[in-house]
Design a binder for this molecule. Sequence first.
Ligand SMILES: *Cc1c(COP(=O)(O)O)cnc(C)c1O
Length: 435
Amino acid sequence: MGEATVDRRRRVPRTDVVLADPGLAEATAREGRAAVKAAVVATLQRVREGELDPDAVVGAALAALPGGLRPVLNATGVVLHTNLGRAALSPAARDAVSAAAGHTDVELDLTTGRRAKRGRTALAALHRAVPDAGDVHVVNNGAAALVLAATALAGGGREIIVSRGEMVEIGDGFRLPDLLESTGARLREVGTTNRTSVTDYERAIGPATGFILKVHPSNFVVRGFTSAASIAGLAALPAPVVADIGSGLLAPDPLLPDEPDAASTLTEGADLVIASGDKLLGGPQAGLLLGTAPLIERLRRHPLARALRVDKLTLAALQATLTGPATPTWEALRLAPEELLARTRQVQARLAEVGVESGIVASEAVVGGGGAPELTLPSWSLSLPPAYADRLRTAATPVVGRVERDRLLLDLRCVPPASDPIVVDMVAAVASVAG
Ligand SMILES: *Cc1c(COP(=O)(O)O)cnc(C)c1O
């Protein structure tokens, strides 16, 4: 047994000592002693195995609690981080979720006492935001919207015509072609990886055609000798055009010139536009369907629609996102670098006051979440030794940064300004052990 191992074992705290730590009191009151004890026991085993520093036990045990999702400060510089839940909801959307959590009039008209269209006010807000749509519908997420469209318009072996350049993987091993084929539709691939013309689509149209699908390559770019058919070009063909624009911009945004938006895509002639609610729109996880009134009605009436419907919390958050103030996503994307630098300097100064040294470096932030893959936002980050990374992630309030060139970078762009003092507290708290 090596000296380091002996030293570590000697330093493994006792379970009852850890359980008495005031840092666990709140969790014990909320989730019960048994759950907290189980988390502590599992965490101490990790210390014994040398995976974890004894000083990080309380934070790691809290992180290991099965209790529920924990709030995290996103200091990664990735605005829409899929592992951190993509878009953070606006305060208005959070309030709306909380208000709708009890009983609510989601399907009741309070004036007449009759049943009403589910989520009508949220749907109306979405329609108002994109008046070019004939009608709108909302389902669980972008993938669900695709499944619904594929099933209703091309199920039973009909064909979806799609470019070979748009057979994308959307993340975590999920591939669009597999998703579409799971509905019973058949894919009719046209064109090549780098070039597909309107004529390629036209030649593939036949009696078995369900629709033409155009997918926005939201997480990669193909450069060089490339060409793709425009929506306007496809709209002239005798088949419905479905456009999966991915990121959920409803109208053009000058900051994101390469991201398609729902209004323009409809104006160009798409029959149906599909987008996610929790990407650039900055709302809850949802799949937005915007299109011609008959098409939307067909989707809404399809039996599968019931299985993909959104709950009242999503509808509440979506409506507040659409009608409320700027979302945290919008604000993070537009945060002025000088303002970010000022906040970062303030955090650095507060840390210096408690004897923690840190640096400030110019860095780059990205949209993430499968949006605007080329866009980088000039940013600033607090720079710390890499040993801070694990401990901050398992701190009482987890702070997730990113390790780059052997430094931990904390980019405050996506941290609510009111939470800057928490970043200071967490860094200060782990400084003594992180060295
Ligand atoms: C993100 C994305 C999806 C999947 O949407 P979810 O809301 O994550 O289900 C589908 N297509 C494109 C082009 C995307 O960018």
